[in-house]
Design a protein around this ligand. Structure first.
Ligand SMILES: *[C@@H]1O[C@H](CO)[C@@H](O)[C@H](O)[C@H]1NC(C)=O
Ligand SMILES: *[C@@H]1O[C@H](CO)[C@@H](O)[C@H](O)[C@H]1NC(C)=O
Ligand SMILES: *[C@@H]1O[C@H](CO)[C@@H](O)[C@H](O)[C@H]1NC(C)=O
Ligand SMILES: *[C@@H]1O[C@H](CO)[C@@H](O)[C@H](O)[C@H]1NC(C)=O
Ligand SMILES: *[C@@H]1O[C@H](CO)[C@@H](O)[C@H](O)[C@H]1NC(C)=O
Ligand SMILES: *[C@@H]1O[C@H](CO)[C@@H](O)[C@H](O)[C@H]1NC(C)=O
Ligand SMILES: *[C@@H]1O[C@H](CO)[C@@H](O)[C@H](O)[C@H]1NC(C)=O
Ligand SMILES: *[C@@H]1O[C@H](CO)[C@@H](O)[C@H](O)[C@H]1NC(C)=O
Ligand SMILES: *[C@@H]1O[C@H](CO)[C@@H](O)[C@H](O)[C@H]1NC(C)=O
Ligand SMILES: *[C@@H]1O[C@H](CO)[C@@H](O)[C@H](O)[C@H]1NC(C)=O
Length: 736
């Protein structure tokens, strides 16, 4: 699954594996049929149009069968038009040519990708946080995920009135699944019921909008109050994932329903391992329809970092979230027999009372048929059980987690490839960073009978600034090179939130918990969805782009450290979300559906593909060639050729005044990591006389000799003395 779990050896490579293989079923007649999505674009506005009967008659025609039972998997009929069906290769060809069919694509499986974090971001409990609880309780968050745990205290409806009147959804979560006035709706697209058997969907929903529940912890670790960003808001759960993944046909249904049900914000922590073209990306397609209906989709960047070009959510009509740490962390200490303490990473709830046990390094317990190198890494079948049983196993990598139970070791200490993340593990364990691991090995080598104790996890607070998580996917954007992605970062490391008691807190874990600690961009995404909902409670009429702009331009500034792309604008976009500041952005960068269509035209999409994405017939205007970098986006980015040296690029932008009627903003370009850049803003001062007044400006960036491997960046700040409306300006070369 996409959330980070036990660091098995698979962790680095198969976190969010995109299963491109279609779901196939071989039927009685021996013909191989696969599930395809037959996408028909926007719903016709004719009052007499009946989508279901149209879908059935299309299917009857292509299959030549009057009974289409078992063929129709799903109908999309509420927010856009189309269906999913089991088709043979020849039927596929036939249906693709039928009138009204925009495109046909195979169903694919995507993968999934708490709570001190709100305090960390300055959204405190109590009266110091400005809230409009009446409007907050009329706000509905749609969570597309693994389902939800309706009995969780995080979703209790104590104190809630009936659902808002705009709600048009249902509670169809299956047997034994009851909604309430907090969890107002549930739909299941997996045929196993909307109950969360996993924990992921319960966790993300509670992070966005769970109630405040005091006295929670993971076996005492991280004790305190768990809560979401908008505890008074309602939740609607759409279950699209099963343990093998989340199918695109289900995902599109969830968007179709959520939009029509009347949700205000959609949060979706699901994605592929890397970006897909918009026309092949069901989340981008669903989010486009949501945007057209005024609903912002917030999505996770992916867990494939820290390498460049790994961000998977790349459309400008969704808000893409990377993951970073907070000022709280979890550590698990190892005390050696000679008194030295080593500090490792894990969430270890097992209390061994400080008792020391013998240490045995895998290579000293090799079975006869294994090389020392394999045994050092504790590969399966490589350890002699009699030498390890009852002792603490020491392994050169996380692979040992797979064998530690079978050799009956009492605990494990391993060298972790992810020294910035603590994982819950099913037995006493600590993952040591490389240097600490070297100390452990030298201690073992120098001692006749080495011993150690693995302590229970402690939490610590530090004052050093948060950092990007190594796993968080990085830009640049491989689909639209001039749109900076991810957009923003939020807490996604060691987040304590509600969990499903049916799920396993870690792989092969027999414990059952109501709250657990998870890490991933999946956890960062609902934090930003919570902030988006929070903004919407103050400005119910704001469009998705206004909310997105408010979040991006008011974020905490981060500084590129220059250590590869790992910590540059390609990691965090505009910065770190700041819930309180986002309520008062001063100016916003607005975008309408037409702007996104012009952007797609400018990317030279054909009208066929434009129809796939937008669901409607689009004619691109010939005379006005649109450049993606001129999309009125709250960040500015341009990919240049290395031969453009020196270079000049311009960005056209328009801002809307949403602050005081009378305002004068002065521009300032702050150079952060860009001695090679200079930028001019024309006009350099903008004067507003009314609210909602728009003013345009052009940013001209010039420079030479860009570093080939790194983005060069600066910030544009519009300031009226009260607001600082900040946008990153990022230029980079095609050396990527
Ligand atoms: C909450 O918002 C509503 C609608 O915008 C407004 O009428 C009401 O005065 C607000 N209440 C508070 C306490 O701000
Ligand atoms: C529903 O609950 C009843 C009573 O607890 C139980 O017998 C039944 O197995 C449950 N059904 C499902 C599908 O969990
Ligand atoms: C957490 O538990 C510790 C130890 O029992 C206690 O000192 C602390 O006050 C608790 N913190 C919270 C927020 O409940
Ligand atoms: C080594 O031998 C054991 C016992 O026969 C077997 O279970 C294990 O799979 C073997 N390991 C390898 C790596 O071949
Ligand atoms: C989980 O348990 C199964 C069966 O014992 C084992 O084959 C597998 O390697 C274990 N996986 C992990 C990650 O511990
Ligand atoms: C314990 O052993 C380690 C490794 O040999 C060494 O670095 C450390 O200084 C020792 N600690 C004490 C207190 O001797
Ligand atoms: C970034 O640098 C600025 C200016 O040097 C500084 O004020 C700010 O605190 C730094 N921010 C972070 C997150 O380090
Ligand atoms: C689109 O096509 C035009 C004309 O061929 C070309 O100048 C432009 O660079 C292309 N744009 C992109 C994004 O490929
Ligand atoms: C950008 O703005 C300048 C100055 O207002 C204008 O001349 C130019 O046509 C604009 N370019 C685009 C692509 O809109
Ligand atoms: C706007 O500013 C002008 C000049 O400073 C002032 O005369 C006018 O009263 C202000 N209007 C409002 C609505 O504040």
């Amino acid at each position: 699954m996409g959330k980070l779990r036990a660091p098995s050896s698979c962790l680095l490579s198969c976190l969010i594996v995109l299963f491109l293989s279609s779901v196939s079923a071989v039927t009685d007649d021996g013909q191989d049929r696969q599930v395809y999505i037959v996408y028909m674009g926007s719903l016709p506005s004719r009052a007499d149009y009946k989508p279901m009967s149209d879908h059935m008659s299309i299917l009857q025609e292509v299959t030549g069968e009057s009974s289409i039972e078992g063929r129709l998997v799903r109908s999309y009929k509420r927010s856009f038009n189309g269906f999913a069906a089991r088709l043979t290769a020849s039927e596929l060809k036939h249906v693709a040519e039928m009138e009204g069919v925009v495109s046909v694509f195979p169903n694919k499986m995507l993968q999934l990708y708490t709570t001190w974090s709100w305090d960390f971001m300055g959204l405190k409990q109590g009266t110091s946080t400005k809230r409009n609880s009446t409007v907050e309780s009329d706000t509905i968050i749609g969570v597309i995920d693994t389902g939800i745990t309706p009995e969780s205290e995080s979703f209790s409806d104590q104190g809630f009135g009936p659902p808002p009147t705009k709600w048009k959804g249902v509670c169809s979560g299956g047997e034994n699944f009851t909604c309430n006035n907090k969890l107002i709706g549930a739909r299941d697209y997996t045929s196993e019921g909307a109950r969360d058997n996993e924990g992921h969907g319960t966790h993300t929903a509670s992070t966005a909008a769970g109630n405040a529940v005091a006295g929670t912890s993971f076996f005492g670790i991280g004790n305190g109050t768990v809560r979401g960003g908008v505890p008074a808001s309602r939740i609607a759960a759409y279950k699209v994932c099963i343990p093998t993944g989340c199918s695109s046909e289900a995902l599109l249904s969830a968007f179709d329903d959520a939009i029509a049900d009347g949700v205000d914000i959609i949060t979706i922590s699901i994605g592929g391992k890397k970006a897909s073209m918009y026309e092949n990306d069901p989340i981008a397609i669903g989010a486009f329809h949501a945007m057209a209906k005024g609903i912002l989709t917030v999505t996770a960047a992916g867990n494939s970092g820290p390498e460049a070009s790994t961000v998977s959510a790349v459309a400008p009509w969704m808000l893409t979230v990377g993951a970073s740490t907070t000022d709280r962390g979890f550590v698990t200490k190892v005390v050696l027999g000679n008194g030295t303490t080593l500090v490792g990473k894990s969430v270890n709830a097992f209390d061994m009372k400080g008792k020391k046990y013998s240490l045995v390094y895998g290579k000293s317990a090799a079975s006869s048929n294994c090389s020392a190198g394999m045994a050092e890494l504790c590969k399966p079948g490589c350890l002699e059980k009699s030498l390890v049983k009852g002792k603490i196993l020491v392994c050169g990598g996380p692979g040992g987690l797979k064998v530690v139970k079978s050799v009956e070791a009492i605990a494990i200490i391993y060298k972790t490839p992810k020294p910035d993340v603590s994982f819950v593990l099913p037995l006493p364990a600590s993952g040591l960073p490389e240097e600490e691991f070297e100390s452990l090995v030298s201690y073992i080598d120098s001692e006749g009978s080495p011993q150690a104790a693995v302590l229970k996890t402690e939490q610590f607070f530090n004052s050093t600034p948060f950092v990007m998580a190594s796993f968080s996917s990085r830009g640049p954007n491989t689909v639209a090179a001039d749109i900076l992605k991810p957009d923003i970062t939020a807490p996604g490391v060691e987040i304590l939130a509600a969990f499903s008691p049916i799920g396993e807190p870690s792989i092969n874990d027999t414990r059952h918990v109501k709250y657990s600690v998870l890490s991933g961009t999946s956890m960062a995404c609902p934090h930003v969805a919570g902030v988006a909902a929070y903004i919407k409670t103050f400005y119910p009429k704001w469009s998705p782009s206004m909310i997105q702009s408010a979040i991006m331009t008011t974020s905490w500034r981060l500084n590129a450290t220059g250590a590869g792309v790992a910590s540059t604008d390609f990691a965090y976009g505009s910065g770190h979300v700041d819930p309180t500041a986002s309520l008062d952005p001063g100016l916003v960068y607005e975008l309408q559906k037409e702007d996104h269509i012009a952007f797609l035209c400018g990317m030279n999409y054909t009208s066929d593909i434009l129809k796939i994405i937008s669901g409607e017939s689009v004619t691109c205007s010939e005379e006005k060639e649109f450049q993606a970098r001129n999309l009125n986006y709250p960040s500015m980015s341009a990919k240049l050729s290395r031969s453009d040296n020196p270079f000049t690029v311009t960005f056209n932008r328009t801002v809307t005044n949403v602050g005081a009627p009378n305002a004068t903003y002065t521009s300032k370009v702050v150079h952060v990591h860009a001695s090679e850049l200079s930028a001019k803003v024309t006009p350099s001062v903008l004067t507003f006389k009314k609210v909602n007044e728009k003013q345009s400006f052009v940013v001209t960036v010039t420079g030479s000799d860009l570093a080939p491997e790194l983005p060069s960046s600066a910030y544009l700040v519009w300031s009226d003395g009260k607001h600082n409306v900040r946008s990153p300006i990022v230029v980079y070369t095609d050396a990527y």
